[in-house]
Design a protein around this ligand. Structure first.
Ligand SMILES: [Zn+2]
Length: 193
């Protein structure tokens, strides 16, 4: 890890990596992909560091963490959504009024571009077991040349009203979505009956 950190010449990237490592646990290849995607998104959207970002990650693997720790887009503040399509792709937009359209950018790690780097491509396609210590330096030197992105128009949804009800079955409170009288866990029969 120390060896890898020494190879990072860009002080901005180094500072980002130093924040992601304790949060994510180590510098995984996927976490570094997330950092690079965040930097592309900020540039394309002309977002500065303090701007609130809304992020949809298309995988649970590694990618969401840099957006949480570096951009404050978390699961809990609803800045981060996961649509688990199993893709190394992310869509990012800035804050906009509800009910309007906002410009976002969808960025993906592009297999046509990773194919230029056989070891990185082998990691991406899982055709071989390639350790992070080998892939991370390739990713660092290839940089943003590995990604493809496009501008997308996104709807900013209205905030649903939050009704709280007491479940008739378990007597616990829950957020009611559509007038239902049982909480979701009782409806699914996954807890006590
Ligand atoms: Zn219940």
């Amino acid at each position: 890890m120390e060896e890898i950190l020494k190879k990072i010449a860009d002080p901005e990237m180094l500072s980002q990596v130093e924040k992601v490592v304790p949060f994510h646990g180590y510098l995984s290849t996927g976490a570094l992909v997330g950092i690079q995607m965040l930097n592309i998104a900020r540039r394309v959207l002309e977002a500065s560091e303090g701007d609130r970002l809304f992020v949809t990650c298309e995988t649970y693997n590694c990618l969401p963490d840099p957006f949480q720790v570096l951009a404050g887009a978390t699961i809990g503040n609803k800045g981060l959504k996961i649509m688990d399509h199993g893709k190394m792709a992310v869509t990012v937009s800035k804050r906009a009024p509800v009910g309007t359209k906002v410009t976002g950018v969808r960025i993906m790690l592009d297999p046509l571009k990773t194919a230029r780097y056989s070891r990185l491509h082998a990691w991406f396609m899982k055709t071989e077991k390639v350790p992070h210590s080998e892939v991370v330096p390739i990713l660092l030197s290839a940089g943003e040349s590995l990604y493809t992105w496009e501008i997308v128009d996104l709807d900013v949804p209205e905030k649903p009203r939050k009704e709280i009800a007491i479940c008739e079955c378990c007597k616990e409170s829950f957020i009611q979505k559509d007038g239902e009288t049982f909480c979701l866990s009782c409806m699914n029969g996954s807890t006590r009956s």
